[in-house]
Design a protein around this ligand. Sequence first.
Ligand SMILES: Nc1nc2c(ncn2[C@@H]2O[C@H](COP(=O)(O)OP(=O)(O)OP(=O)(O)O)[C@@H](O)[C@H]2O)c(=O)[nH]1
Length: 387
Amino acid sequence: MDIKTLLLALALGNLSLCAALFFFAAGARRAGQGAHGHATWARAKQCQALAWCLLYLRGDLPDLLTIPIANAVLFAGFALDAAALWEQAGRRIWRPYLVPALGAAIGVYVAAWLLQLPAGGRIAIGAAASAFFFLAGAAALGRGWRSGSLLHRSLVLWMLVLTAAVLARGVLSLLPDGGRWLNPVAVQAVGVIALYLMMLGNAFGYLLLAREQERGELARLEVVDPLTDVPNRRGFYTALTPWIALARRPGMPTALIILNLDQFKRVNDSYGHTAGDVVLKAMVDVCKKQLRDSDQMGRLGGAEFAILLPRTSLEDASMVAERIRHAVAALPVKAEKAIINMTASLGVTTIRAEDSTVSLFKRADEALQAAKQAGRNRVAEAEVIKT
Ligand SMILES: Nc1nc2c(ncn2[C@@H]2O[C@H](COP(=O)(O)OP(=O)(O)OP(=O)(O)O)[C@@H](O)[C@H]2O)c(=O)[nH]1
């Protein structure tokens, strides 16, 4: 296989990935899901497909296009590959690191071309720049090394080996007698094959990270409310369980507040569901500001929230509830070009030795209903057992 055929294989490989991503994005858009998740990776593949096409057409197109521009686009493609891997690994901030590195790589390469450095020098610069971006990508994949599967770890090692091969090709191109004891065409072919395998390794690595991230997100959504980012009912119950067990032992009590926004249905009916969502998010922020780090807020559903206050007496919990009630009433929420004033009703109780989740929530809910019936925008305590 000659070098031209290998370059064509690289161009076609990246073009097929572009096509696959295009149809994936179109499918996601039709399903109403949006497809922003893979935008960086799609751009990386587009850059690389264009660059390999230009490199393939060397000799047919002007050198300006097939040498400096093709390599600059290729470096951009490799940098975006690394960026996409970092995004999938959970780090969204890659621009401050990769953009200057890309600028430097392009600057040095173009300067070498303008100064008419021998081709070996340019190849070495290209290899060093590519290896840098491959290493950045491998580092993103390597972050999950400890918890990673065998496939995950093998991919990291595979990318490191290929990076070393690309780098070795660059070093060999600098040796004055490199061509004497090695066939230069074979060295070039090994370099291009390493790049081809890197394209495949990167695609596997990217898909692996994407699958891991999706699994992590699904696991998170089982216990977290996606709108307000606080635990949902299931997550809150899980956090509550040890405190119910602890209530059987002597010591400071744990308090529970249930908060329900008043007449929230009207907000949805008057301003729309989107405005209602903004209000719910704002309410969580308002409440969190009144709580300690050790307190835990959760969303039970609709406009109803629960707050767990460890080591807090009924009296103190009522004071916190009153503070929250006041803060909610004092803060108008801007949503959908409207200013919405809200109030909340709150029921307060402490966990008792004989409590189960059902009896605890029943009591807190009765207090909440008492607050609603007394005219809303107020705090009510659950009845205390006289001993
Ligand atoms: N915007 C928005 N609305 C929601 C969401 N979940 C539930 N709701 C709405 O929240 C409203 C809950 O109303 P309720 O708590 O039952 O009653 P209310 O209007 O607040 O009246 P009171 O509780 O008696 O003061 C219903 O209209 C639900 O459709 C959500 O995620 N977003």
